[in-house]
Every structure is written in structure tokens, then in C-alpha cells.
Write a protein that binds this ligand. Structure first.
Ligand code: HEM
Length: 409
């Protein structure tokens, strides 16, 4: 069993080995670490170039192959919706949902900031993934995401038969909610919505319900982990870097709100650099485990079909061969021509690699910038001894005993 302590040691060990063994090395007999940026890009590109979805249940039951659906089509549908959602109006609504969540803990002593960041992220993103839910349906989906997250953060196994039953029950109930929403939208009993699930209502005849559920679940899983972990890291650096918080406050308090909500990255370049540096230092997920779908010759090692490999944006970002002073927090390394900027494009990969890179990269960046906006213009976050904070490695970096107080400005 992996314990929290082992997870942190494991990552430190991978980093040490990567430095001495050149970025591509065998972790054990069947698992290759691919932490060299160009090798990581190459293996990802080749491994997923022709990815299709099969309908496993139909194939099994009917003993024939279902019509494959290309993964690029699924991604195309997500990207089209995300483009429609990238407006000032939707950004303001996302900000309001974030404010509602923070509002619930305003003035409380000793708020768990890791869990708050997760709540802020999930509650503000959920309606973009799946909207129009009743309160009960939203609570079930939320509970499913929450219990998965607790396992990832605390590395706690689900204990005992009752614990496992409860875990599975919540997961199944969340799946039933998604199925019901898709079915009712298809039959006209529920209105269509502008969310990431909606394009798959039209594709239902082709995809079938099981594949449609997998696609919606992929987005729910994607919003349930990394965005909240990144939000916790933003809060962590805001309290650890007072001079940067000062610069952000100046920029964001002085920005024209209309322009900022319409185009945060263009309107607030200092805040954008800050968020990029947070994602360089603390990229979630720390390690991605993949299986080779074909054989690859990566120079120092050959990967056979079916063998596993590990990728890690975090370890690429913390490698002295790709970045100068990789452990120093300095957003100005993202200024054009900064001497301590990335060695090349392949060295900055917080959103992974094509063709399976994160479709929510822009949305995720916007959300983190909105969080900076809230924390510098509307609230004041106080943490007793920021310099004493430490970060443990779980599925993502998790600041330990990260507790504080939020007050209205
Ligand atoms: C700062 C926040 C986020 C971070 C750091 C992040 C990071 C990642 C990473 C590293 C991957 C794996 C890429 C690979 O395998 O090469 C990924 C995949 C994905 N992310 Fe994100 N993500 C974030 C926010 C979001 C948001 C807001 C969404 C909502 C749309 C999202 C949706 C997805 C999806 C659907 C995938 C799977 C793509 C595929 O399999 O083709 N992510 N993300």
C-alpha cells in the first residue's frame, strides 16, 4: 500500500534518479520513467495518435465490434463548447460561484485552505461540465468527486466492506445522474444546456450510453482534481510571496473589470505570469501513468507494447537541465527573453502533451486568475506562519496544515 510518506519519498527518489540517469530510466522491470521533455512529447504523440473509443459492454454482450468513435471527435466537441463558454459573462458567473463558496467561511478561524480551494474549484466548474442539475443531483455528483478527492489527497484506502460499498454506491448514483440527464435531454424532458456534456446528447445514437457516460465522467474527473490542487497552490504562493501579492493587488485593483473578465490573460500580464509560475512549480497531477499501445524506441530504452511508462510535468519543470534555479519561485522567468525562462517549449507542460493535452487549459488558467482577483481585491487571507509551511506530494502537491482566516477587504 502507498502511504502518504512513501508518496513524497517516491517522488524525491524519481527526481534524484532522473538527475543522475538522464531523464529516461527503468523504475522497475515493467515501468519506464520518461522525464526528458522531448522523449515525453514523442511518446505521447505517437501513443495516442489514432485513439478511438470502443463500446466495451456492447462488444462483450453482442460479441461483435461496436463502431469506433475517434477521440479527436470527442475533444473537438469539448473544445467547441469551451470556446462558447469563454466569455466575460460566463467568467463573471464563475467568479460569483467562487465568491459564494468563500463567503461560507468568511470570518471563521482556522479554515482548511486545501479543502476550501478544492470546493471553490469544483463548485465553480461543475455547472460548466454538467448544468441544470437539481440540488439533490448536484449533491450526489459532488459527493462522488469529494470522496475520490479525499482518497487522492490523504491516500486513504477505502476501508472495510461497508466503506467500499458506500464508495461504490456513491459512484454508481453519480453515474445514474449523468445517464438520466443525457437521456432526458435527448427525449426533450430536460432542456438542453450550454455545458460540456451537451454535445454527447446528439452523439448518443452513435456513442451509446456507456461511452457517453465515460466521456462525461472524464470531464468530471478532470475538474475534480487538478483545478482544486492548483487553486491550493495559488493560495500557498499568495501567502508565501507577499511582494508578488502586492504586485498582483496593484494590477488587479487597477484593471478595468470589463476588460479583465473578457480577457484576463491580456489584461493582467503580471497575474498571468504568477499563475504560470505556480503551475510550473506545483503542476498537478505530479505523475501520469500510461500504457504503451505500441513499441517505442526512445534511444536510452525501448518500450514494448503493453508496458507502462510514467510522465511528469512537475519533474520536467524542476529539472536544472530545462530551467535555471528550478526551485526558485519567480514569475518573471516568463518575461520574453528572460535568462531563466524555459530551455524550449517542450520544457513547460503543465497541461500535458498533444494529442491528449488538457482541453481545459485556458479555462483552468482563467479560473486561477479569477481566484487571484478575489484574493487580492475582495478578501484578505491570513495564515499564521507562512514560512513554516511545507508541501507533501500526493496525486498533486498538497500544502500541509495549511489553515488560515479569510476576511472581507
Ligand atoms: C489548472 C487546472 C488544470 C490542470 C493543471 C490540468 C492538467 C491536466 C493534465 C496534466 C492532463 C493530462 C494531459 C496528458 O495526458 O497529456 C489533463 C487532461 C484533461 N483535462 Fe485538465 N487540467 C486543468 C483544468 C481542467 C479543466 C478546468 C477542465 C475542464 C474542461 C479540464 C479537462 C481535462 C480533460 C477533459 C482532460 C483529458 C483530455 C484527453 O484525454 O484528451 N482540465 N489536464
Amino acid at each position: 500500500m502507498t502511504t502518504p510518506h512513501h508518496a513524497t519519498d517516491f517522488l524525491h527518489d524519481l527526481r534524484r534518479r532522473s538527475a543522475t540517469e538522464g531523464g529516461v530510466f527503468w523504475v522497475d522491470d515493467g515501468l519506464l520513467a520518461v522525464f526528458e521533455p522531448h522523449a515525453a512529447r514523442k511518446v505521447s504523440g505517437a501513443n495516442w495518435s489514432d485513439l478511438v473509443m470502443h463500446d466495451r459492454l456492447t462488444d462483450l454482450l453482442r460479441r461483435r465490434s461496436s463502431t469506433p468513435v475517434r477521440w479527436t471527435r470527442v475533444r473537438g466537441a469539448w473544445l467547441t463548447q469551451l470556446h462558447r463558454l469563454a466569455t466575460a459573462e460566463h467568467n463573471v458567473r464563475m467568479l460569483e460561484r467562487m465568491e459564494l463558496t468563500v463567503g461560507e467561511v468568511l470570518g471563521e478561524d482556522d479554515v482548511d485552505l486545501v479543502m476550501l480551494a478544492q470546493e471553490v474549484a469544483v463548485r465553480s466548474l461543475l455547472p460548466l461540465a454538467l448544468s441544470g442539475l437539481t440540488d439533490r443531483e448536484a449533491a450526489v455528483v459532488h459527493e462522488d468527486l469529494h470522496q475520490k478527492l479525499v482518497r487522492l489527497i490523504a491516500l486513504e484506502p477505502v476501508r472495510g466492506p461497508w466503506g467500499r460499498l458506500l464508495f461504490t454506491t456513491v459512484q454508481v448514483r453519480a453515474g445514474l445522474v449523468v445517464r438520466r440527464v443525457l437521456r432526458q435531454r435527448a427525449s426533450g424532458r430536460r432542456p438542453r444546456e450550454l455545458d460540456l456534456a451537451d454535445p454527447f446528447v446528439d452523439l448518443l445514437p452513435e456513442l451509446g450510453m456507456d461511452r457517453a457516460l465515460d466521456v462525461v465522467t472524464a470531464v468530471l474527473t478532470a475538474i475534480g482534481g487538478p483545478p482544486g490542487a492548483a487553486a491550493a497552490s495559488v493560495l500557498y504562493e499568495l501567502v508565501r510571496q507577499p511582494e508578488w501579492t502586492e504586485r498582483l493587488t496593484e494590477e488587479l485593483a487597477g484593471a478595468d473589470p470589463e476588460r479583465f473578465f473578457a480577457s484576463p490573460t491580456r489584461t493582467a500580464p503580471v497575474t498571468h505570469r504568477f499563475v504560470k509560475e505556480v503551475l510550473r512549480m506545483w503542476s498537478p497531477p505530479l505523475v501520469l501513468m500510461r500504457q504503451a499501445r505500441q513499441a517505442f524506441d526512445l534511444g536510452p530504452a525501448t518500450l514494448k507494447e503493453g508496458q507502462g511508462y510514467l510522465l511528469s510535468p512537475h519533474l520536467i519543470h524542476r529539472d536544472g537541465r530545462n530551467w535555471q534555479q528550478p526551485d526558485t519561485f519567480d514569475p518573471d522567468r516568463f518575461l520574453p527573453d528572460a535568462p531563466h525562462g524555459p530551455a524550449d517549449k517542450a520544457s513547460y507542460v503543465p497541461f500535458g502533451w498533444a494529442p491528449k493535452n488538457c482541453v481545459g487549459a485556458d479555462l483552468g488558467t482563467t479560473q486561477l486568475m479569477l481566484l487571484c482577483y478575489l484574493m487580492t481585491t475582495r478578501y484578505h487571507l491570513t495564515v499564521p506562519d507562512p514560512d513554516a509551511l511545507t508541501v507533501a506530494y500526493r496525486f498533486a502537491p498538497v500544502p500541509q496544515a495549511f489553515r488560515g482566516t479569510l476576511a472581507q477587504r
